[in-house]
Design a protein around this ligand. Structure first.
Ligand code: AHM
Ligand code: MG
Length: 344
């Protein structure tokens, strides 16, 4: 079957469907009372994603060009890619005037909008380059983000209170995956839509409309090197899932070690991604506000589920900016199975 968004010309396949911006504008037209603020914020985010993608694709050249030291050929300090990604998002978004405060994995405190820029009604939280340990081995990495409405009154600077909001109050969330192709996947509460970057044109084009996660998959994704630290329930779940049980076949193990990539596969193919708590790290490793909650929002919007083993990730009221949480996310039946083992 020919995909209506894909045509094959002399130079090979080219996407020429709806762009991310056109998709957002169409959504804005449907929403009564929309001011364009939201679309404006996404424009800044997609610009940041393009700049980061371009830099990520050159990461391996650093060695060849002799840029691995502290100083590059122009005599400028070379930034680590995750700091570069952080600064790119902050600079693009703060100028837009759509947010009042931001929160980032890279920065200890909430990031204020400088006085010269107007403050908007949204709060952006993000992990600028998740899985950055994968940069050196040329495996996929990603950016994760969530958007809330501000909670504090007025038009002044936002505060920590604006950042500490549960997943259930997210208005939009998504991720960008920098991989064999670059994709921007988001939900604004009306399904999940994926856009693939066409580097020849410099735009994200709609390629995966209304993504739905299968009810059950055949893959589990977890760092089993941590098994010795897991509580009994988690160990029993991992033992159970890798063996056939009646009609059910043994699950395959897939683990890249970059959550965006592991989650993206889980979303498309079904199955479960988990980062459990363990005896040493009783809240697990992943961060609630800019890793677990945004992906939980996307996953639920696609018909999936996300739990910390006892409750929906989306219900958790954060008390700290960099709070951690255990995470079980993916196909609803696979998450329910894990919760059965882990929760009791
Ligand atoms: P990071 O934000 O420092 O990159 O850490 C988060 C990453 C996730 O992308 C990934 O799922 C996990 O850490 C891998 O951790 P581990 O190496 O313990 O398996
Ligand atoms: Mg991360």
């Amino acid at each position: 079957m020919v995909d209506e968004h894909l045509s094959v010309g002399p130079a090979g396949p080219t996407f020429h469907g709806q762009t991310l911006e056109q998709h957002l504008l169409a959504m804005q037209r449907k929403a009564s009372g929309a001011t364009g603020d939201f679309t404006g914020l996404f424009q800044q985010l997609s610009l940041a994603a393009k700049i980061i993608a371009s830099q990520v694709s050159k990461a391996g050249l650093a060695n060849i060009l002799g840029l691995t030291g502290q100083v590059n050929v122009q005599g400028e300090e070379v930034q680590k890619l995750d700091i570069f990604a952080n600064n790119t998002i902050v600079r693009c978004v703060q100028q837009g005037g759509h947010v009042c405060v931001m929160g980032s994995e890279e920065i200890a405190e909430p990031i204020p909008v400088p006085p010269q820029y107007p403050k908007g009604k949204y709060v952006l939280q993000f992990d600028p380059l998740d899985g950055s340990g994968n940069i050196d081995i040329n495996a996929s990495i990603g950016t994760i983000f969530s958007i809330h409405r501000r909670k504090t009154a007025g038009n002044g600077p936002g505060t920590l209170e604006d950042c500490l909001q549960p997943g259930d109050d997210i208005v939009a969330a998504g991720y960008v995956i920098y991989g064999s192709s670059n994709m921007f996947v988001y939900s604004a509460g009306e399904g999940v839509h994926g856009f693939t970057f066409d580097p020849a044109i410099g735009e994200f084009f709609l390629s995966h409309e209304n993504l739905r996660i299968p009810k059950r998959g055949d893959c589990y994704s977890v760092n089993e090197g941590n098994r010795h630290k897991w509580e009994d329930g988690v160990q029993r779940w991992a033992d159970w899932i890798k063996k056939p049980d009646g009609e059910r076949k043994a699950y395959k193990l897939r683990y890249i070690g970059a959550m965006v990539a592991d989650f993206h596969r889980t979303l498309l193919r079904g199955g479960i991604f988990a980062y459990p708590a363990d005896r040493k790290n009783t809240s697990g490793k992943l961060r609630l506000l800019y890793e677990a909650s945004p992906l939980a929002f996307v996953c639920e919007q696609a018909g999936g589920a996300a739990s910390d083993g006892a409750r929906r990730i989306m219900e958790i009221q954060p008390t700290e900016l960099h709070q951690r949480t255990p995470l079980y996310i993916g196909s609803p039946e696979d998450v329910a199975d894990a919760v059965r083992f882990v929760g009791g």
